[in-house]
Design a protein around this ligand. Structure first.
Ligand code: ATP
Length: 319
């Protein structure tokens, strides 16, 4: 391996910069040239590629987002588009690619590997929805941002005896909601992994009020239901002011926490080591505090993310 490309793809996540920095500096330490590919697979297809030096990644370990940019580029599902992308890589003499992103990005990396171009995937997504890793880069920082928001909502909800519904990101994974419920002491937790029973929720809220609860915070993952409509129905039945707050893109931003910086640094360095060992179509994880790697196909098909039922139960005990 003489030249390595690196790109960030899918939704941005705090810590992606730390991962790009780690890839770059580990490569340079091994006398491998590094090329930053801008705007994900779209930039790869367009040939938006620049060589990175040690100082190209100075002062980014602490910055949120991704300085390489990211993009959604569904066209990459077409083989002809990927063929052109490989031509771009060949033009620069790049012999392997490190893809930092979510499961969609892994699919892109897998397809390139199947076409003979070596790729390694690093899990960069706030959602924590990737199999084979306990944590994805960005999850912890996003979680902290959510918990900060929940704390603020609790102050005002408690003062006004209000019910607050807080919609959190996670796509089809309830991890952010689950962990935020435990850390934020939310009264009710609704995640995609558990069927949502609206009547049971309303009954629980009313029971809570009878027990003297001044406020109710309902943590809910996006896409489960329309939270504004839900707030109206709860208000009609409980006769208590009910507001829905959609945290939205605020959750994605901000400086990465130390945890994500260290995770990203370890994963970036590990990805380069795998390439040096001649490996391809692997994706990286952290399991029980150790760096691990898995076959990307297995990760995307056979491996399941375990639902943290223990945290769900804990949240329901501690509320
Ligand atoms: P996040 O979970 O944070 O949204 P993601 O990586 O899952 O991140 P996606 O938008 O699903 O985000 O995928 C990122 C990009 O990966 C897509 O825009 C597309 O370029 C590429 N990609 C996704 N699915 C495929 C596929 N089946 N084949 C080839 N490329 C794909």
């Amino acid at each position: 391996i003489k030249k390595v490309g690196v790109l960030t793809s899918g939704g941005d996540a705090p810590g992606m910069n730390s991962a790009v920095r780690a890839v770059t500096r580990t490569c340079l330490t091994h006398d491998i040239e590094v090329f930053g590919i801008f705007d994900g697979f779209a930039g790869l297809h367009a040939g938006n590629i620049k060589q990175l030096q040690r100082n190209s990644v100075s002062d980014i370990i602490n910055r949120g987002g991704t300085f390489l940019g990211s993009a959604r580029f569904p066209e990459f599902k077409e083989e002809s588009v990927r063929k052109e992308a490989i031509k771009q890589l060949e033009k620069f003499g790049i012999d392997a690619l490190i893809v930092i992103g979510g499961d969609g990005s892994y699919m892109g990396a897998l397809k390139l590997s199947e076409m003979g171009f070596p790729c390694i995937g690093i899990p960069g997504t706030i959602d924590n929805d990737i199999a084979g890793t306990d944590f994805t880069i960005g999850f912890m920082t996003c979680l902290n941002t959510i918990v900060d928001a929940v704390d603020r909502l609790r102050d005002t909800s408690s003062s006004h005896n209000r019910i607050s519904i807080v919609e959190m990101m996670g796509r089809h994974c309830g991890d952010l909601t689950l962990w935020a419920s435990v850390a934020g002491g939310c009264e009710y937790v609704i995640v995609p992994e558990i069927d949502f029973d609206e009547d049971a929720l309303i009954k629980q809220i009313m029971d809570g009020e009878e027990k003297g609860k001044k406020h109710a915070i309902v943590a809910i993952t996006e896409h489960v239901t329309d939270v504004t409509a839900l707030a109206k129905r709860i208000e009609a039945k409980t006769k208590r002011e009910t507001r829905a707050t959609v945290l939205g893109h605020i959750q994605r931003g901000g400086a990465p926490m130390a945890f994500d910086r260290i995770l990203a640094s370890r994963m970036g360095a590990y990805a380069v080591e795998l390439l040096l060992e001649g490996k391809s179509a692997r994706c990286i994880g952290i399991q029980c505090a150790k760096m691990v790697d898995h076959d990307i196909i297995e990760c995307l098909t056979d491996m399941k993310r375990p639902f943290r039922k223990d945290l769900y139960e804990l949240s329901n005990i501690l509320y």
